[in-house]
Each structure stands twice: as structure tokens, then as C-alpha cells.
Design a protein around this ligand. Sequence first.
Ligand SMILES: [Zn+2]
Length: 465
Amino acid sequence: MTELFADMALLPDGWAADVMLRWDGAGRLIEVTPDAGAVANGTPRAPGPVVPGMTNLHSHSFQRAMAGRAETRGDPAVTGGDESFWTWREAMYRLALMLEPEDATVIARHLAVECLMRGYTGICEFHYLHRDPNGAAYEDPAEMSLAVVSGLREAGIAVTHLPVLYSRGGFDDAPLNPRQKRFKGSAKSMLAIVERVRAAFAGDPCVRVGLAPHSVRAAPPKAIADAVRALAKLDETAPIHIHIAEQEKEVADCLAATGHRPVTLLSETVGIDARWCLVHATHLDVAEIALLAQSGAVAGLCPITEANLGDGLFPITAYLAAGGRLGIGSDSHVSRDPTRELALLEYGARLTAKRRNRLAGPESPSVGGTLWPLAAAGGGQAAGRKTGRIEIGASADLVALDREHPDIAERQGDQVLDGWLFAADSNPVEDVYVGGDRVVADSHHPHQVEARTAYRRLLARLFHE
Ligand SMILES: [Zn+2]
């Protein structure tokens, strides 16, 4: 199928009626015609309102296997009775040391099916499990990268792969601790992985490869600058992602070690522009809010994970007022539903201000009608893919909702998005297209049973053997 007729579709200028969509063999939209009038017999019709697919701009896919397994207090003798991001990280490291490449494929495939069925059409994989469980290099340095990307692509989700540069244990240049031994790499070794994955998926228009310095804590600015320069030689617009200011402790450590907060440090030593996605830019001061908003970079927000880990709230109201760009990611995958992420963004702003409807922007008085297109476009930018807007030249990454769903029915325009984000507990996503391929049809993914069975078998081995 290379065409679709939608009674209602969300285009860059707003909702349009009777929209004819056509795409070419590479899955790129070549026609977007509103008010197309009568439709020819045999033209497929969307089952309900059509919106641009959402990019999940921050994923560590293996962490799906521990979602909901870190919600129990640990031994106070180990944690000191103080459960935090840092005690969670120890549990995550234990899982990271257990996984073989084929396990990474199984988890990634299952995760991608779940994400697609909720309306994510692309995923940015921030990937740091490079070495084998003993810390030795695989014969093929891209072994784990290829395992993850293959799993994601088998399910049909578009992928931006971001090998992570992780070279030190902290601002004092401490060596990595033994639990971080799978992560270790240099600018040179990361670029080798970038080249290998680019070559392996060269013919696939739904795969893009960029790079991710882990953080200014785990990679020194000089190594980040070297890696960014080398990446630009391969692909001058390739996306670059970094964890930036997730925890107050890392901001304080950065200040103590360098005299700057992380966003300021990155801006002054490496530079930030529209290729960048700053993930978990949670702790910004007033100057950094303006700096990030004006840089053209995307703030990568993961509201559910940030709440789960006790990170804090991103200053979203001030950031949007400054014209900042943003997208959403499911990060540790305690949720795989983009509407829950967006609703929590708004609820965080409401709980802070004790007021309602905080994030409706100048384009629309509706919160859902503001946040979905903003995050879809920001996610597309962060992925380095033409997606997140239904327009000519963009990838045909589309989500069609069920017009019979109780929270979608009898609604027009942005009310559809408000119903989906704020009221629909059951899933109204009916059809999902990625690069023009219908990967979810009638709320069903062809691999969902097989992917889940393999995933459950893996969980049994990981947690019960
Ligand atoms: Zn992360």
C-alpha cells in the first residue's frame, strides 16, 4: 500500500479534513492533499484520526527487563536506608552484566512491539553495552550494537542508533569501576562502531546512526569534542545525544570540578547546536534555560523515568516560554506509552504552579494539541530523521486512532489529543505506519505473540535460574 485517506489528519498547520496521503517506494510522503473530496474505490481509509508518529528519543532497551523490579527497598546495610538514583543504578549494573547479544535482541524486539502499539514510530537507542560480560572486546566491536538494532528493526520501528562514549568513572578521571567494564570505549572505538552500523544498514531508510557521549561526568570535554569532529566528517548532520543534568549531585560535582554547571560546560567547551539532544536537562539555572532554548538543540525529557528515579522536575513552563524545543523518551521503559509521558509533563507543571492547562502554547489553547506535535517534531529532529510532521518529504510515519474509542469518539481536532492524553486508559491506537509500512494493523502487531514468548523465556532464565 502506498496511499491512505484520512477523514481527519494533524498536519503542520493544524487539523485538516479529507486528507489524501501518498508515499514513494522509500516510504517518503510525496502527496499530502487536504479537502481531497471523494476518494476512489479501493483507496485504504484510516480507521480514525491520523497524527504524526512519535519518536521515542531516549531508550536503553535492555533496561526494559528490569522495569518494575526496582520498586522494593533494598537492604539498609547496603543502601544506608537512602534509596536514590544511585542505588537504582547498582541494580541496573547487575542486569547489564548478565546479557548476551542474543538477549539484547530479544528484549529490543519485544520493546519495539510494545512501543509501536502505543504510537511510537521511531526510537533513539542510547547504547553503552559495548563489551562482553567480562569486559573484553568482542571480535566485532559492533556485536552488541548490531544485536540491538536488529531486534528493533525486526519489529519495524525506525531506529537512530547512538553508540555511547563512556571513558571515565567521574570528574576526577577515575577509572571505570568493575561493574562499568562493558561500557568502556574511546572516541576512536565509538567511531568504528558508527561506521560498522552505518555500513550494515546502509540500504535501510529507517536507520540513522549518531553518537552519544554518556555525560560530561563519564567523558571529558576534549574526548567529546574529538568524537563530535570525527562524526561530522562521516555525516555532518548526524545527531549527538548526551545525558546532561539528571541528578543534583552530578551538577554539584561538575561545578566543584570545573567551575561550571553541565550545560554551561558543554556549551563553552564543545558547543551545542541543532544536532544535539540534551537528555534529562532536569537541573538548569535561569541562564541555562535561555542558553538551551536558543541553541536550537532538543531537550530530551523522560518524565516517567525521571519521576521513577526521583530526579526532579524539568523547568518546562519557563523553557517553553523561552521557545525551547523538546521531545520525549521512555528511557528505562517503566512506561512505553507516549501519552503518559506527555500527561506527566503537564501534571508536573500543574502540581508546581497549582494551576491548570499550563503547557498550552501560542499555536493551540489545547494542552494535547500543543504537546503532541511539539514532541513529535522535536523527536524527529533529535533522531536526525524527517519524521514527526505529516508533510511532503517526510517519512510516512503515521498513527491512526480508533474513532469508536470512547475517549476519541465525538471529538474534533485537538480534543482528540486531549482525550487520548488525559482520559484514555485503554489503548486507542489502531494502525501504525513506519516508512510507509503498516506495522500495526487493527491494534495487532504480527510479531507480538512470538516476541513476548521469547521475552518471557529470557526473563525466566535471568531471574529464576
Ligand atoms: Zn538514559
